[in-house]
Design a protein around this ligand. Structure first.
Ligand SMILES: N[C@@H](CCC(=O)N[C@@H](CS)C(=O)NCC(=O)O)C(=O)O
Length: 216
């Protein structure tokens, strides 16, 4: 059955892997499933056809036969449940990998997004100078905890899983900030994720649609 996902027609980051279709692409590449990408403009994202797929007018969405999904956590979970390669067979190990998926999205991603918002969108606010260090501390707190848990391991719980895929995807947003360098094992963890052939294929495909010229 054909899998179709949506992605930004023109990503604000120029296709450098921060738009969230990249984590869905990566999951599909890991499990070896071909997929089509439907690029959507910011205008089209607000129109009824897209809103029927995504009530919050965002990307990515995922369609497979008569199944339509939104929310990357749910999409990656669906891919990992349906195709082998992203969740262990052992029931407890599987539950722990799913726990890391939730931890990535619910516990680690929120302060990282808050920092991105504070830096990119609130830099001109008079209170930003006072607030920014507080937001950075919240990020550092989470990173220190994650770093302590990861220790010298390659991945969060045994073999690479959908938990790592989402955690690496979330940490990517910090890549250029320098903060990750304060936690060398996390910087190495991120690099390990980026070095996976499936990640590279996903990254290259996302970059390609952002660097080719529109036809009209
Ligand atoms: N929690 C959602 C977030 C989706 C999201 O924020 N998508 C961004 C692209 S990375 C988007 O569509 N932004 C445009 C907008 O919100 O108007 C998920 O994980 O799928």
């Amino acid at each position: 059955m054909t899998i179709t996902i949506t992605a930004f027609e023109r990503s604000p980051d120029g296709g450098k892997g921060l738009a969230r279709d990249s984590r869905v692409r990566w999951a599909l590449e890991e499990v070896g499933q071909p997929y089509k990408v439907l690029p959507v403009s910011f205008r089209a994202m607000k129109e009824p056809a897209h809103l029927a797929l995504h009530p919050f007018a965002q990307i990515p969405t995922y369609e497979e036969g008569n199944l339509a999904l939104f929310e990357t956590g749910s999409i990656v979970f669906h891919i990992a449940e349906r195709y082998a390669g992203l969740l262990p067979d052992d029931a407890h190990a599987r539950a722990r990998a799913i726990t890391w998926m939730f931890a990535a999205l619910n516990t680690v991603e929120p302060p990282i997004l808050e920092l991105a918002t504070a830096r990119l969108l609130e830099g001109d606010k008079p209170w930003n100078e006072e607030r920014l260090p507080l937001v950075e501390d919240r990020v550092r707190n989470r990173l220190a905890q994650l770093s302590a848990r990861l220790g010298n391991a390659d991945w969060l719980d045994g073999a690479f899983s959908a938990g790592d895929l989402l955690m690496v995807s979330v940490l990517l947003r910090l890549k250029l900030s320098g903060i990750l360098d304060e936690y060398p094992n996390l910087a190495a963890y991120l690099a390990r994720g980026e070095a996976r052939p499936a990640y590279k294929r996903a990254f290259d495909a996302q970059l390609a649609i952002n660097t080719t010229q529109p036809t009209s």
